[in-house]
Design a protein around this ligand. Structure first.
Ligand SMILES: Nc1nc2c(c(=O)[nH]1)N[C@H]1C(S)=C(S)[C@@H](COP(=O)(O)OP(=O)(O)OC[C@H]3O[C@@H](n4cnc5c(N)ncnc54)[C@H](O)[C@@H]3O)O[C@H]1N2
Ligand code: MOO
Length: 406
């Protein structure tokens, strides 16, 4: 058996060697895409010192209590003020540029306005108060976002705030999905004796779509060699293909011989539970090149866990993110076990489905790799080393699903 960390060190670097091509897309199409180049700002944000309040722009050195000041100009947002006339103040509104010569803003609640329109201050202003400085958010020349950043809504807002209308991102990946198993039935059809519904395909399509990846699914492939080869070949133009089932040791497992027929295969028993049998390789394309291939176990929990821990980061790397950005092992933290685990697996590390609230991990009662409910009713995985026993109150390593899918 191979340790998970060793497998990751063998497989992930293969993805970094071949990242996808860049393309330019308008900002409104950039959500979830990966930046293909650093973005620097050509402007200061905000561009000018501006008022943080509706009120009066003043020169602090001129201000005295019990004195009336003439309001010499009115500065709404979007206007360009003249220099402040000495001994006067300027009416100003939130976001409007500070007139040259003014060095503080007094909010209107702290000002008395006289009948003749002049104003007086109840409290003396402090230098700089209520002034938002030019460049305090982003300064000109600053690298705002780095290559490899996956763009969320706030990132896109930042790009808009520096006036950029479009952005250079890596091409979207296309990933093929297939579920092998003659026992599989599609939702909506009645179950015959011995059949189960195909859920893996739906889990993966959802995970891939949430990763902004285009999905091409061939659905269920029956357990026979020819059908498996044909399905694999039909997906060869994808960047990668993920298949479930048929990677263990039974005679009905056709995935491994089929990959050997249409490409190249490496398969492992990974020392992890769930997710032990994993096949990896590639499918040759007719015109040259290849699609990467992952054969994950059929058990729904095993395949979803293997997908999140192994395949998802691989796809992120293939799209152009860096190893540091995708390696979930940096996002592991300690939580306190609210459970006992007295019979650990001595040969495989274990990933237990737990619900973590306020730093305390409660174990989902049924840890079988066939129980998909365990994934729905947990917040993440506790990672235990081979043979690691747990007593209530022990601190254990934990990674949340949210951090795994970042
Ligand atoms: N003699 C041994 N048997 C098994 C071993 C072993 O080492 N020696 N390993 C076990 C482990 S661990 C796992 S995990 C499974 C993996 O088996 P396969 O990948 O070959 O998957 P199948 O046998 O095709 O299916 C396993 C299980 O999952 C259900 N399944 C399959 N596809 C789907 C789907 N699309 N949606 C929902 N459920 C699915 C299938 O009906 C089976 O119940 O092997 C153990 N056996
Ligand atoms: O990989 Mo298997 O999940 O240990 O059931």
């Amino acid at each position: 058996m191979i340790d998970l960390n060793e497998l990751l060190e063998q497989v992930w670097p293969l993805a970094s060697q071949r990242s996808s091509q860049p393309e330019t897309v308008p900002l409104r199409r950039a959500l979830g895409r990966v930046l293909a180049a650093d973005v620097s700002s050509a402007i200061d944000v905000p561009q000018h010192d501006n008022s943080g309040m509706d009120g009066y722009a003043v020169c602090v050195a001129d201000c005295q209590l019990a004195t009336q000041f003439e309001v010499s100009q009115r500065v709404p947002a979007g206007s360009s003020p003249s220099p402040l006339k000495p001994g006067t103040v300027a009416r100003i509104f939130t976001g409007a540029p500070i007139p040259p010569g003014a060095d503080a803003v007094v909010m209107q609640e702290d000002v008395v306005v006289n009948e003749d329109g002049s104003v007086a201050f109840a409290v003396l202003p402090k230098q700089g108060q209520w002034i938002r400085s030019a460049g305090e958010d982003i300064s000109r020349g600053q690298v705002l976002l780095q290559q490899g950043t996956r763009l969320g809504a706030i990132h896109i807002g930042l790009l808009a705030s520096i006036g950029v209308p479009q952005v250079n991102v890596f091409k979207r990946l296309k990933v093929g999905v297939m579920a092998t198993g003659s026992e599989l039935q599609s939702p909506g059809q009645p179950l015959q004796a011995g059949q189960i519904y195909n859920s893996n395909e739906f889990v993966w399509c959802g995970l891939l779509e949430s990763m902004h990846i285009d999905v091409q699914s061939v659905g269920v492939v029956p357990d026979n060699f020819e059908a498996t080869c044909a399905a694999l070949e039909s997906l060869a133009d994808c960047d990668a293909v993920v298949s479930s089932g048929g990677v263990s040791v039974g005679e009905e497992d056709h995935v491994k011989p089929a990959i050997e027929e249409v490409g190249e295969l490496r398969s492992w028993k990974v020392a992890m539970k769930p997710g032990k049998p994993i096949a990896f390789g590639h499918i040759n394309r007719q015109g040259g090149g290849h699609s990467w291939f992952f054969g994950l176990p059929g058990n729904p929990v095993s395949s979803a866990v293997a997908f999140k821990l192994i395949v998802k980061p691989f796809l992120n790397l293939l799209e152009g993110q860096s190893l540091h950005q995708v390696d979930w092992r940096h996002r592991t933290r300690k939580v306190q076990a609210a459970f006992d685990w007295q019979k650990p697996d001595s040969r495989r590390e274990e990933f237990l489905r737990v619900d973590v609230q306020s730093g305390k991990a409660t174990l989902f009662a049924n840890q079988s790799s066939g129980v998909l409910t365990s994934l729905a009713q947990s917040t993440g995985l506790v990672r235990l080393a081979k043979g690691q026993q747990v007593n209530i109150g022990d601190w254990v390593d934990y990674v949340s699903y949210q951090d795994l899918m970042k």
